[in-house]
Design a protein around this ligand. Structure first.
Ligand code: GLP
Length: 243
């Protein structure tokens, strides 16, 4: 695993954007696996800046997002589709028809998941997967569990995740209790993985995930088994790692 320590969130974001920009430049028709949360916002801003300055062209890129809240429509400002549109897609020349997020409005979980698995296959897999890290070690919405879930599935969100994500909603009651998420197998099949982490609050889980035992109780720990992972973190998030 390649570990890069950045001075702060902005530098982390610039380094992560370099990484994604290199992927898009080397393979203009690449498939990017994208993530939501506060960690990638700066990275997306930096990618937008590079698109605006003519350095980057997303016209042939396909994107596949990790997850979506079950029950939220794309127009709901807390849905991950809305997040991706407003934080990235609306500001670059990606073809929206080639941007994919699980369908939160599909009530039939089996269908929603089967459709998403078929889509990932149809796209030929993911060239570069961007990941944030949940406070409990989740990636996408793969929560701590007794085993690693392989493919797209419907999850009951952990109480700590509902609590952590409540900051984006008016009240705790509004936070969805379930989500559709890409599974660990689909994430692990990505050719390259880029994890970004920032803030002292992530230091413990970063240490556990990247130097502790590989266990489904810390879903991100499986990344230790992937042949091409880069972790970019600010110094606070990496403070408990020997880099
Ligand atoms: C959510 C998302 C994850 C994300 C995590 C961490 O639960 N489903 O994909 O990585 O939050 O979010 P943040 O980057 O805001 O810490």
């Amino acid at each position: 695993m390649n570990i890069i320590k950045a001075e702060d969130y902005n530098k982390m974001s610039r380094m992560a954007a370099n990484f994604i920009a290199a992927q898009v430049t080397l393979k203009p028709d690449c498939v990017l696996g994208l993530a939501t949360g506060s960690s990638p916002v700066g990275t997306y801003q930096e990618l937008i800046r590079r698109y605006e300055s003519g350095e980057l062209d997303f016209s042939r890129v396909t994107s596949i997002n990790l997850d979506e809240y079950k029950g939220l429509s794309p127009e709901n400002d807390q849905s991950y589709r809305y997040f991706m549109n407003t934080n990235l897609f609306d500001h670059i020349n990606i073809d929206k028809a080639r941007t994919h997020v699980p369908n939160g409005l599909e009530e039939n979980a089996e269908k929603a998941c089967a459709d998403y698995n078929a889509l990932i296959e149809q796209c030929g897999g993911i060239d570069l997967q961007l990941l944030g890290l949940g406070n409990n070690g989740h990636i996408g919405f793969n929560e701590p569990d007794a085993s690693f879930a392989k493919k797209t599935h419907c999850v009951d969100l952990a109480a700590s995740t509902i609590e952590a994500n409540a900051r984006f909603f008016q009240s705790m009651d509004e936070v969805p209790r379930q989500a559709y998420t890409m599974g660990i197998q689909s994430i692990m099949q990505a050719k390259k993985i880029l994890v970004i982490v920032s803030g002292a609050g992530k230091a413990n889980i970063v240490r556990d995930a990247f130097t502790g035992p590989v266990t489904p109780q810390v879903p991100a720990s499986i990344l230790q088994m992937h042949p091409d992972v880069t972790l970019i973190g600010d110094k606070d998030a990496l403070s408990l790692l020997q880099v």
